[in-house]
Design a protein. Structure first.
Lengths: 514, 390
């Protein structure tokens, strides 16, 4: 048996009013990749913050034993000195600075008064090579893509002489290709003897890369699953531990499917990039949605799905539009106005709920009524009682977990925020809902509830366009699937005919053809 | 439970409590001087412009912490125009006011257009006015007057609209209309509080308990009656109070009850989310600065009417007074949060400190020192007490 590098024993961490961690135990062997999984709010990040000294010794109970010694970190510098380096989910790079400057931020080379730039860049280049980056460390971080920025973060960690690397959701903002490259890089580090802890929601990645999987639920360790057997552990097996019950069906059954006539249609829809007008972000797309139908649009990140949806929604993205939009067979005169789209009963539910979906500093009530204030006001005067009643109604309907609709949205969990976002658009009473990644970053239980809402919407005769980069989701939810790649729609399939294999094959074929 | 709710009430009204404490402090220091009837009139007349500009600045700040640096200088320019129109050109008061309002609206349209549609950062767009307007105003004044100021003392009809008292009585003679007006206002406050409560209960919503409603309306009504009694002892209702009260009521209503008011909050809270929810975000930005310019015009009228002249230094630092009132009153410096009532409390607090210090004849330089630290202390107190809440 390999040597135990890290042991966290009976860790208990309480915040005022909540026990975030309750007697958590974690054992990590030297040279393994250990995955931590659990629903949002289960305590994964708290545990890692305890380990890295963000919550200093004394604010928690229990012991951290690293390399056979009990550690009492009082800040993050202490843990880094021992080679425990954490890479957070949100990239912590300064876009205007060079890669080299970023890598040695707070860890500058040279002596105490002057930075030795030659040494900085030489060392930075060395570590960049180790993570497979060809870029010079002298270029600005903002000039490279997100995938490469994630690699810079790893190089930065290596520069700190990491022995135990903790990656918190490293692939959450990466496309499939970059994610795979990152996971393979982790495997190659493992061969060189590095120990790693990965936190991830993407269970397929976890079962691909991890040697052991520890499941955390409600602040306690549930089990540690061994993943070194011949067959990788199935996602269902992990989910069972995460939610505490067997989920026999990740996607709820559609009931009374009644597909009616075509409601919305776009023809030869072309949109150009707002900053580089010569570049097409949506290229000659034609598609339609029927009443009561869930249409999936699958594509990798950057395929143009969001751009397509946003350009249909009142031209809220892009420039130089061409093509035709028809509602109920009637040509719609295009205007660059979101309010106009809402008037035509189109809703766009954004993929970025915090960025451009919700007003986090406002209450659930205010967010719910935002897109349809007219319905609760008379001569522009808001009927406060009516607004309250509407917010309560949607809270009950969508099972938003909150003590009061006056609660600020910023205080809710990701899943509940997503429900508020859906509530806002359901209250706008659209006929056509463009749902962009409606389950991104939310846990399995909340996902299931969102799926039920989507099914209810379809059953009520709405047209749902479901944009997703999760293939199982598209396959499990849609009646019909469009496949998008490089700004074009490259295929259309009935859900009954579609499989993971033939969708991926279609994307690969189109890539080669181009 | 009882204790907890008292703590919550205290926290919610932290700045109000600071105001009361500061007032009591000066009450002792001035041996009751700050409670004299003339102090009340003085407080209102001296600070009328802060309330009016504060309402405009609040709307700007709500859209995302944006400010208007030019309003003080614009007061000077508009005052100069006013002096030239009324005194030099002899244009009638009504037409002059109309022309000045049109100039204000013109500036607001240009400023709003530059900020909302050309995307010039507000502080830069208004910095231009800050630099240019006072120079222009002073130049106009000095080319029309040897002394560099134009006296409006010969324009009683103008002064009568923006300064003086309503149905004035001799000093020492109790002004009954003023007192009765106070009683009426207090009765309305009590009525509104209880009607709202009744309405909410009828519809089955959460409402104040009888005790809470009684305390709320009792304190509100008592303060109104107290103030109006003091004003009645000092000759009657100052005309500026009507302007200030009217503007405060209108903007309270706009910000709390109307869709356009709501739009100001969501634009400041998350501009992109507001846009994607069908809010015309550019229009809101435009309105914020148009509105600011209109309120600046009204503030100009009250200020030049009070000083009975247009002069080069009029409006100096007004922008800072308005911003301070908002910030002390809990308006978020990053937008999306803040109320008219908060701004009013902030403005009153600063006004009380100013008045108190001049009553104890503190050196003007030290007055500034005190104001600076009070501003900082107020904001620190506000932020710390809110953090505790979380």
């Amino acid at each position: 048996m390999a040597k135990i590098l890290l042991e966290m024993k009976n860790i208990t961490k309480t915040f005022p009013g909540v026990k975030a961690l309750d007697n958590v135990n974690l054992q990590v062997e030297e040279g393994e990749i250990h995955a931590l999984v659990g629903e949002n709010g289960a305590g994964k990040s708290t545990l890692m913050n305890v380990l890295s000294g963000i919550y200093p010794y004394g604010t928690y109970e229990g012991d951290i034993i690293y390399n056979g010694q009990v550690c009492k970190f009082s800040n993050i510098k202490d843990s880094e000195k021992l080679g425990i380096v954490i890479i957070h989910q949100e990239l912590a790079l300064v876009p205007e600075m060079t890669i080299g400057e970023n890598m040695y931020l707070g860890n500058e080379r040279g002596h105490s008064f002057a930075i030795n730039w030659n040494q900085t860049y030489a060392e930075a280049d060395k570590y960049l090579k180790m993570v497979g980056l060809e870029e010079s460390s002298k270029i600005q971080v903002k000039t490279i893509g997100t995938g490469k920025q994630q690699l810079v973060e790893i190089a930065k960690a290596l520069a700190k002489k990491a022995k135990l690397l903790i990656l918190d959701e490293p692939t959450s903002s990466l496309n499939e290709e970059d994610s795979r490259a990152l996971l393979d890089l982790m495997l190659s580090f493992k061969k060189q003897g590095m120990t790693m802890i990965i936190i991830s929601h993407k269970l397929n990645e976890v079962s691909y890369v991890a040697d052991k999987i520890t499941v955390i639920r409600d602040g306690s360790t549930i089990e540690t699953i061994d993943n070194q057997g011949k067959e990788p552990v199935s996602e269902e097996r992990i989910i069972k531990g995460m939610v505490g019950r067997e989920i026999t069906n990740r996607f709820p059954k559609r009931e009374n499917v009644k597909i009616g006539p075509v409601r919305m249609e776009v023809d030869h829809w072309t949109v150009h990039h707002p900053l580089y007008p010569e570049r097409k972000v949506v290229d000659d797309v034609s598609m339609y949605v029927r009443q009561g139908e869930v249409v999936g649009i699958y594509g990798l990140m950057g395929a143009g799905r969001t751009e397509l949806a946003m350009s249909i929604f009142g031209q809220s993205y892009g420039v130089n539009f061409s093509g035709e939009l028809k509602l109920d067979g009637k040509h719609i005169k295009l205007r660059k106005s979101e309010a106009d789209a809402i008037k035509h009963k189109i809703a766009y539910v954004t993929e970025d709920r915090k960025g451009n979906g919700l007003v986090l500093s406002q209450s659930i009530k205010v967010n719910t009524s935002l897109a349809n204030l007219g319905a609760i006001s008379k001569n522009t005067v808001i009927d406060g009682d009516k607004e309250y009643a509407v917010a309560e109604e949607y809270r009950d309907k969508l099972k938003i977990k909150t003590p009061s609709v006056e609660q600020l949205v910023g205080n809710l969990s990701g899943g509940n925020q997503q429900k508020v976002l859906l509530a806002k658009w359901m209250f706008a009473e659209p006929d056509i809902l463009l749902l962009d990644e409606p389950t991104r970053g939310i846990d399995v239980g909340a996902k299931y509830e969102i799926y039920c809402i989507i099914n209810d919407l379809a059953a009520a005769g709405k047209c749902v366009v479901l944009i997703s980069s999760e293939l199982p989701e598209v396959l499990g939810m849609s009646d019909r699937i469009y496949i998008m790649n490089e700004a074009k729609i490259i295929g259309e399939m009935k859900a009954s005919e579609a499989t993971q294999e033939n969708i991926m094959a279609a994307i690969l074929r189109s890539g080669r053809g181009a | 439970m009882e204790n907890k709710s008292i703590a919550a009430v205290l926290k919610k009204n932290a700045m109000l409590i600071v105001l009361v404490l500061v007032y009591l402090f000066f009450l002792i220091l001035t041996k009751g001087g700050i409670f004299s009837p003339s102090s009340f009139t003085e407080l209102i007349n001296q600070n009328a412009y802060v309330y009016i500009l504060g309402a405009g600045m609040l709307m700007c700040m709500l859209t995302g912490g944006n400010i208007d640096l030019s309003c003080g200088a614009f007061v000077c320019l508009l005052g100069a125009f006013g002096g030239v129109f009324m005194v030099v050109q002899g244009i009638s008061t009504g037409l002059s006011i109309l022309l000045l309002l049109l100039i204000g609206i013109g500036y607001g349209v240009i400023l709003g257009f530059l900020i909302a549609y050309v995307h010039i950062p507000p502080w830069i767009a208004t910095l231009a006015g800050y630099l240019a307007f006072r120079g222009l105003g002073t130049a106009i004044l000095s080319s029309n007057s040897m002394t560099g100021s134009l006296s409006l003392a010969t324009k009683p009809d103008f002064l009568g609209i923006f300064y003086g008292r309503i149905l004035p009585t001799e000093k020492g003679v109790f002004n009954w209309p003023c007192f009765l007006f106070g009683l009426l206002a207090a009765a309305i406050v009590v009525l509104v509080v209880f009607m709202t409560r009744k309405n909410r209960l009828a519809k089955g919503y959460e409402a104040d308990t009888v005790k809470a409603a009684a305390i709320k309306s009792g304190i509100g009504g008592a303060v109104i009656i107290l103030v109006m009694t003091q004003l009645a002892l000092d000759g009657g209702i100052p005309i500026t109070l009507l302007w200030v009260a009217g503007i405060i009521l209108i903007y309270s209503f706009i910000t709390s009850k109307t869709t356009v008011g709501r739009h100001f909050y969501v634009v400041g809270g998350n501009m992109e989310a507001a846009r994607l929810s069908g809010v015309n975000t550019r229009r809101i930005m435009f309105l914020a600065y148009l509105n600011m310019a209109v309120l600046t015009s009204i503030a100009t009228f009250t200020v030049i009417a009070r000083s009975q002249s247009a002069y080069a230094d009029v409006g100096k630092n007004f922008e800072m007074d308005a911003i301070s009132a908002c910030v002390v009153g809990g308006v978020s410096a990053s937008g999306g949060a803040g109320t008219v009532l908060g701004m009013v409390i902030g403005a009153t607090l600063i006004g009380v400190i100013n008045l108190g210090m001049s009553l104890i004849s503190l050196d003007a330089n030290y007055q500034r020192v005190v104001k600076g630290f009070v501003l900082l202390a107020a904001v620190v107190f506000d932020i710390v007490s809110k953090k505790r809440g979380k």
